[in-house]
Design a protein. Structure first.
Lengths: 274, 157
């Protein structure tokens, strides 16, 4: 009996929540590029709420860290948009909208990978063999560019150099150093130690995605491929290798990035315990 | 410019649809200029403005709804937050507290609410504000009622 009484209720709520006839409160028209404020989740057109945010922050001499919802006055610090069921983008109010980082196609594909089940490439890239044959002793020259893109996609910010060099330093020192006290370490233990160290370093920046990040990083190292080849293997396996993702686009996104040495960063490295 | 026009046009359609729903407010758009509106609002009951009909003039900026509309009373009114000569209205939502979610219709409702609940501590009409602040509610009400009769009611004979 109870089921019968709850069923119509559920139907009612689902139909009202999927009701898209609600116009944008700012332009009163149908909502274009739905965007939400991060506290109250009121919905607006992307352009409308961005325009309003600009007007509000233009009235203040200092940069605002939050904006009041036009409907309920709840303070929100960011606008969530581009939601497609897999990923979303976020605009923080205290940042200039012109400077904000827009994810490229390649970034989006990387971000989407974090919603797939891990391990579906294990038959192509042999992780165990990598550790057993100490393939990590060969440096991967594409690692820096790969790391940068990965971090940009995950953090959704353009300038990730500090984090990238921090992680890069850790990885390189781990892979190249062959300390005598670890000489007898089994490949499994070595792998575990690697995962733990990267996880500790990445956690503060990537929080919940840090675990998967370690797996993805390992996978890239194991592949030994450059980014283009790695992407095409990855996309092929995912079944996403439609012509929308030509290698030219990736090259454009990644090939032209200048490499800035940030060596002094490691002097100020709180994690550098040993 | 285009955005404000589109939005005002939407409001115009909404006003036509809602006419029956809110009989206290009658919003009319200027025949030739969608940025000029007038409204007739009924004085709220159990206030000195009861029975009066007050005319408001709206001037909508091109940045609307990012900027608030300018509203003033065309009908003379004795109220602490309305300038006695110019009809200017002191209301937070028309200034700092403006939100683009307000519409001309809801601004009218806010003005009706202001008529019923004056704020004597931020007066534009000091005489009216001082009467209320000194606790002379009767004096305030009779003055307000007199001006409602003089200016906001149809003249008899």
């Amino acid at each position: 009996m109870e089921f019968q009484s709850t069923a119509p209720m559920e139907e009612k709520t689902s139909s009202s929540s999927s009701d898209d006839t609600n116009p944008c409160p700012i332009c009163l028209g149908p909502i274009i590029q739905p965007s939400y404020l991060d506290k109250c989740f009121h919905k607006f057109c992307y352009n409308c709420i961005v325009q309003w945010t600009k007007v509000v922050s233009g009235k203040h001499s200092c940069t605002l860290s939050s904006i009041k919802c036009p409907l309920c006055k709840t303070e929100s610090s960011s606008i969530i948009h581009g939601l497609d069921g897999h990923y979303f983008q976020r605009h923080y109010v205290d940042r200039d909208f012109q400077d904000s980082f827009i994810l490229s196609k390649a970034h989006k594909y990387r971000l989407q990978c974090y919603y797939t089940e891990p391990g579906f490439l294990d038959d192509i890239f042999n992780v165990k063999r990598y550790w057993k044959l100490r393939k990590y002793l060969q440096a991967n020259q594409w690692l820096e560019v790969w790391l940068k893109r990965e971090l940009q996609a995950l953090i959704q910010e353009k300038d990730v150099d500090i984090i990238m060099h921090h992680l890069l330093g850790l990885i390189n020192s781990f892979c190249s150093r062959n300390e005598p006290r670890y000489q007898t370490e089994t490949p499994e233990l070595k792998r575990e130690r690697f995962s733990r160290r990267i996880l500790d370093a990445a956690k503060p920046f990537l929080s919940a995605r840090a675990d998967r990040f370690v797996l993805e990083l390992e996978l890239f190292l194991v592949s030994g491929l450059n980014i283009e080849a790695y992407d095409s293997v990855y996309l092929q396996r995912l079944g996403w290798n439609e012509p929308v993702m030509p290698s030219v686009a990736i090259k454009e996104d990644l090939g032209l990035k200048p490499v800035i040495p940030y060596l002094y960063i490691f002097e100020y490295d709180p994690d550098d315990g040993d | 410019m285009q955005a404000s026009r589109a939005r005002l046009f939407k409001e115009y359609k909404e006003v036509q649809r809602e006419k029956v729903a809110d009989p206290d407010i009658q919003l009319v758009c200027d025949d030739s200029n969608i940025f000029k509106w007038t409204a007739l609002i009924k004085g709220p009951s159990e206030t000195p403005f009861e029975g009066g009909v007050f005319q408001l003039a709206f001037s909508v900026p091109e940045q609307y709804p990012l900027q608030p509309p300018q509203v003033r009373f065309l009908t003379k009114i004795f109220h602490p937050n309305v300038h006695f000569k110019t009809g200017e209205i002191c209301l937070d939502i028309l200034k700092n507290a403006w939100s683009p979610a307000w519409t001309l219709q809801s601004v009218c409702r806010a003005i009706i609410a202001l008529m019923a609940h004056p704020e004597p501590d931020s007066p534009l009409n000091c005489d009216s504000g001082n009467l209320l602040r000194s606790g002379d509610v009767r004096g305030y009400q009779s003055m307000a009622k007199m001006y409602t009769r003089l200016a906001a009611m149809p003249k008899k004979g």
